[in-house]
Design a protein around this ligand. Structure first.
Ligand code: NDP
Length: 335
């Protein structure tokens, strides 16, 4: 049912798209992630407002997984499916929509891990909840040490000729696992387009070989939690506000983690200020400075956060001095 919502005609003004690895796929530098704030316990109108604002401001890329949504995993896909149907039925071809499988989703031996049995069934369920014929990218959400990568790749391979996914990707794989997945897919004539990795000023593990490996393989990186779930923003600089992720029941971010990092965030905020940016904007620009990173996936709980974050590309590149200062600050704190 059409909601009567009209998309903005100026949605692509000033947006510079990035190429994802050696592929034809361009992505908006900012992706909207639907891990939090899109579940059945969240405000649907607010979630819908955030997607409308994102699309109207040039965000073409929307990231979900089968298990996103609280309290019932899958509800983020269902809600996003409703939003797509109401507002974006005519705009599917202007969107990159991704989903994943790999973490626990349903009881029994076939609803978790990396088996072909799980991933194939999960993609069908995701498409059903999203109300789509295909997703743009289907990811293996994590490597499963108990399943040979070749088998997980069997499921990714199947998704493409069946028309259920245009591209496939991997997430949370180490450089060796990424290389194996890429080689296995390549052997079967399928491109492994992208790796989704956690990367931020405070979590630099991708710099320990992963980004170089992706470059060599021609894969793009899409970075998740670039704001460290809100720590690298103004959110916690003056305490833990009501309604923030750390103030709730999240098992992913607690008050101790915030308190341990507020010192480094405050010091980084001073550098951001000297660049004429907010901390959130600098944190996103810092991740996007690497050419391998095609997009940063932000989470958001309000339109204002998305607005602020979208301006991350407005300042010039970092000077070597600024990058040095950021490194010195990060190294000088224990967190
Ligand atoms: P971020 O690091 O971007 O943190 C998002 C949170 O930070 C928001 O929910 C909000 O928290 C706060 N925030 C964002 N912008 C601002 C701002 N300008 N000012 C103040 N606070 C702000 O990312 P997430 O950890 O949420 O992850 C982003 C996405 O990455 C997910 O939605 C998902 O799509 C993907 N992801 C993938 C994973 C994987 O394994 N592949 C794992 C985790 C995430 P608050 O609620 O307090 O307002």
């Amino acid at each position: 049912m059409d909601s009567g919502y009209k998309v903005s005609d100026s949605r692509y003004e000033g947006v510079e798209f990035n190429r994802c690895g050696r592929s034809g796929l361009l992505t908006s530098p900012v992706t909207l992630g639907l891990w939090h704030n899109f579940g059945s316990s969240d405000d649907f109108g607010k979630a819908q407002g955030m997607v409308r604002f994102a699309f109207d401001n040039g965000i073409t890329h929307y990231d979900i997984a089968n298990n996103y949504g609280s309290p019932d995993g899958g509800s983020a896909e269902s809600n996003f499916g409703k939003i797509l149907k109401k507002d974006f039925a005519a705009y599917r071809d202007e969107m990159i929509i991704t989903t994943k499988a790999g973490y626990y989703m349903w009881p029994g031996p076939y609803g978790d891990g990396g088996s072909k049995k799980y991933l194939v069934a999960s993609l069908d369920q995701s498409l059903n909840r999203l109300g789509l014929d295909y997703v743009d990218i289907f990811y293996s959400h994590r490597p499963d040490p108990a399943t040979p990568i070749e088998e997980t790749v069997d499921a990714l391979e199947l998704a493409v000729p069946s028309g259920k996914a245009l591209y496939v990707g991997i997430s949370n794989y180490n450089p060796e696992e990424a290389r194996t997945a890429h080689e296995e897919l390549d052997r079967r004539g399928i491109r492994c387009l992208v790796h989704q990795a956690r990367y931020s000023m405070l979590d630099r593990r991708p710099e320990e070989g992963l980004l170089d490996t992706l470059d060599e393989l021609g894969m793009g990186c899409v970075a998740f939690s670039p704001l460290e779930q809100g720590i690298l923003t103004g959110r916690y600089l003056n305490g833990i506000p009501e309604g923030s992720r750390a103030s709730g029941q999240s098992v992913f971010l607690n008050t101790e983690q915030v308190e341990a990092r507020v010192g480094v965030a405050t010091a980084l905020n001073e550098i951001a200020r000297s660049r004429g940016q907010t901390l959130a904007q600098m944190a996103l620009a810092w991740v996007l400075r690497r050419k391998t990173v095609a997009s940063v996936i932000i989470g958001a709980s309000s339109v204002d956060q998305i607005r602020e974050n979208l301006e991350c590309t407005e300042k010039g590149p970092f000077t070597p001095e600024e990058l040095g200062k950021i490194d010195d600050v990060v190294e000088s704190f224990q967190y």
